[in-house]
Design a protein around this ligand. Structure first.
Ligand code: NAD
Ligand code: SER
Length: 315
């Protein structure tokens, strides 16, 4: 049977670009975009779209059957900063949304499911440098707790029901096609718009705070490479560490200043500083590199150049 993919949360920062990339591979008509909110102008008229609430299991089930879905990418979630403002919402959506998808995948024998975890599974007691795949995991945010629990639900459904669910722990993602949705690493996206439009930025993270980051094209490629790998190569059924680069606000500001010398940055840390302090500064993703050949392409300079070339397009 031909593959038919459902992307849930397709209007979000990752969803727009992942849907575009999947449509290139599988054909526009074989990738169904879905979200609670309206579809992105970048997707409009270029393939099927359904309005869908992942919390409504019955409606989700009907769509999966009606559209003959064989693969699901679940991206709908509340991210770290928004989660701290509304812990109940974050827990409900991040857990129940995943359980709805896993249950339907099991009942309908969906071939493959993708669900992303995050560096936020790690907490203050995890190693700060080159944080390994297996280590102390004691998340300190509701978002991190939901990702940690989600990873083990994925593992459970794989072990017990043979649901082929795959996952990576994304670092902070930098992109220009769709705005970020309420994370702590969003500063590394906002800074570009501010640099281009105002030549100044007030950063909510301290200048010396290092976090793991990745450019969206690398993240999309990682996701699709993992999903297209042979099942026998996948040794991690919780979630793979995934890494590209690490930098601080001071370093990204300096890289922008090479292109926009008048750009200035000020620092006014807020509640998000504590979240960032709890996460590793860099990640060891050697297991992903060994199992399915992961390699990142973009370094900080390449990211900054491409972002500045495209930043007027941020909506
Ligand atoms: P986002 O907030 O930009 O997008 C999420 C999308 O889900 C939004 O378009 C939203 O409208 C939709 N949504 C929310 N509730 C829904 C519901 N009930 N039913 C259907 N759709 C709903 O998030 P993102 O940055 O694209 O993140 C996607 C996934 O990747 C999340 O699981 C997130 O935790 C994970 N992740 C993202 C990053 C990052 O830096 N962006 C890093 C690590 C992990
Ligand atoms: N970019 C995400 C956040 O800051 C990490 O999962 O919430």
């Amino acid at each position: 049977m031909k593959d038919k993919i459902l992307v849930i949360g397709a209007s979000g920062q990752i969803g727009v670009e992942l849907t575009l990339a999947l449509r290139k591979i599988y054909g526009n008509e074989n990738v169904v975009a879905s979200d609670l909110r309206e579809q992105s102008p970048l997707l409009e008229g270029k393939g099927p779209y359904v309005s869908l609430d992942v919390m409504n299991k019955e409606m989700l089930h009907v769509q999966v059957i009606r559209q003959n879905i064989t693969q699901i990418y679940l991206l709908a979630a509340v991210l770290s900063a928004t989660g701290e403002k509304n812990p109940g919402l974050a827990w409900n959506l991040n857990m129940q949304g995943l359980l709805n998808v896993l249950d339907i995948a099991r009942e309908e024998q969906i071939k493959k499911v993708f669900w992303p975890s995050s560096i936020a599974v790690f907490g203050p007691s995890s190693p700060k440098q080159n944080c390994p795949q297996q280590t102390i995991i004691e998340p300190a945010t509701v978002y991190g707790i939901s990702k940690f629990a989600g990873e083990f639900w994925c593992h459970y459904y794989y072990q017990r029901y043979n649901v082929d669910v795959r996952s990576v722990r994304y670092p902070g993602l930098i992109s220009y096609k769709s705005a970020p949705g309420g994370g702590t690493t969003d500063y590394a996206v906002e800074i570009f718009k501010a640099a281009v439009e105002d030549k100044k930025y007030e950063c909510f993270i301290r200048e010396d705070t290092y976090l793991p980051m990745m450019y969206m094209p690398d993240a999309i490629r990682a996701t699709i490479e993992l999903m297209e790998s042979e099942a026998k190569k996948i040794s991690i059924r919780t979630s793979y560490n995934l890494s590209a680069i690490s930098f601080s606000p001071k370093e990204i500001a300096a890289a922008i200043q090479k292109h926009i010398p008048a750009f200035t940055i000020q620092y006014k840390p807020d509640y998000r500083q504590k979240l960032a302090n709890g996460w590793p500064q860099s990640i060891d993703d050697s297991v992903a590199r060994k199992d399915w050949g992961w390699q990142h392409e973009y370094d900080l300079e390449a990211i900054v150049k491409d972002m500045l070339d495209n930043t007027p397009a941020i909506n």
